[in-house]
Design a protein around this ligand. Structure first.
Ligand SMILES: Nc1ncnc2c1ncn2[C@@H]1O[C@H](COP(=O)(O)OP(=O)(O)OP(=O)(O)O)[C@@H](O)[C@H]1O
Ligand SMILES: [Mg+2]
Length: 296
């Protein structure tokens, strides 16, 4: 497996808080990898290290074999690292298409002077960019909304606009921070299909933070679990879902006690069993893809 992203022992401290501790993550080319974990686990912080918003105190980030740990964000975007934001990267007052055109400027090839004087080259380029932006919108089912201000759209649709903006930077890896938030179950299911189609048709690699379990189980080849800044587990979605530490992390200390008592066969555990079954339920989904465990 050729690695698109290789993160080695990344640590980052905010004052008294160890936000990340020796986190190592591999994402193979063409994989869809999930990053899950309870609120405040450090998932977004990890993305901020990957994209250059934060520099880690120690550790390294390699993208396609290039050490980008100290590279500024715009250079990482140019190398092919695209991201979406947990709380949206769109400008709400701009229309959908204008948000995309703005995002594309990270990739513009003509000289700023040429653009200023409207040289034929830059007109052509602008037209090409617009066509490219419209193709992306069409692909995501957003073309009809191209001239709507983003701020007036439902939150789930705004998340799709954010995804469109990331695509407009022509990425090779997409880093998605909770792409399904604000979406209903059906919309989230469609998003799963879209992500798989994106991977297949554009040869993309995807790393996504996601809380919606059916989406993680449905599309991810591999999953990493972060808790209190440390990797708690990794494996196929099925492996991770049934991992006692993961179930405990999602339910807190209480679940941990339940699971420990269950393991020792105490009678108190029997009474509490429905709770831990609920935890397993919360993390479970019927459709576990047969190829989920294939990684090598
Ligand atoms: N710039 C910062 N300065 C200080 N503390 C921060 C900063 N950014 C994040 N934190 C803290 O780091 C921890 C991890 O936050 P982070 O946003 O990465 O979690 P998360 O896993 O993305 O959570 P959520 O699921 O709620 O989005 C939290 O305790 C948060 O308060
Ligand atoms: Mg977050």
């Amino acid at each position: 497996m050729t690695l698109a992203l290789e993160v080695r022992d990344v640590s980052l401290r905010f004052g008294g808080l160890q936000a990340l501790q020796d986190v190592s993550v591999d994402v193979g080319e063409w994989e869809i990898v999930g990053l899950i974990g309870p609120n405040g686990a450090g998932k977004t912080t990890f993305f901020n290290v990957l994209t250059g918003i934060y520099r880690p105190d120690s550790g390294r980030v390699l993208f396609q074999g290039v050490d980008v740990t100290r590279m500024p964000t715009h250079k990482r975007v140019r190398l092919g690292m695209g991201r979406t934001w947990q709380n949206l990267g769109v400008v709400p007052t701009l229309t959908v298409i204008d948000n995309l055109l703005t995002a594309q400027h990270a990739h513009i090839r003509y000289s700023p002077l040429g653009a200023l004087f409207g040289s034929p080259g830059s007109f052509l380029e602008e037209r090409e960019l617009k066509r490219n932006a419209e193709e992306i919108l069409d692909f995501l089912g957003l073309l009809e909304l191209a001239d709507e201000p983003v701020g007036g759209l439902p939150y789930g649709t705004q998340k799709l606009c954010d995804l469109a903006m990331a695509l407009a930077t022509d990425p090779q890896i997409l880093l998605l921070d909770e792409p399904s938030s604000g979406m209903g179950p059906e919309e989230a299911h469609r998003l799963g299909d879209t992500l798989r189609y994106l991977r297949d048709s554009l040869n993309l690699t995807i790393l996504m933070i996601e809380h919606h379990v059916p989406l993680v189980v449905g599309v991810c080849d591999y999953v990493y679990v972060l808790s209190f800044g440390e990797l708690l587990a990794k494996g196929s979605p099925a492996e991770v879902q049934s991992h006692p530490d993961v179930i405990a992390a999602y339910l807190g200390d209480e679940a941990e006690t339940i699971l420990r008592e269950e393991a020792s066969g105490s009678s108190a555990a029997a009474e509490l069993e429905p709770d831990s079954a609920a935890a397993a339920d919360a993390l479970s989904e019927e459709e576990v893809p047969a190829d989920a465990a294939a990684r090598g």
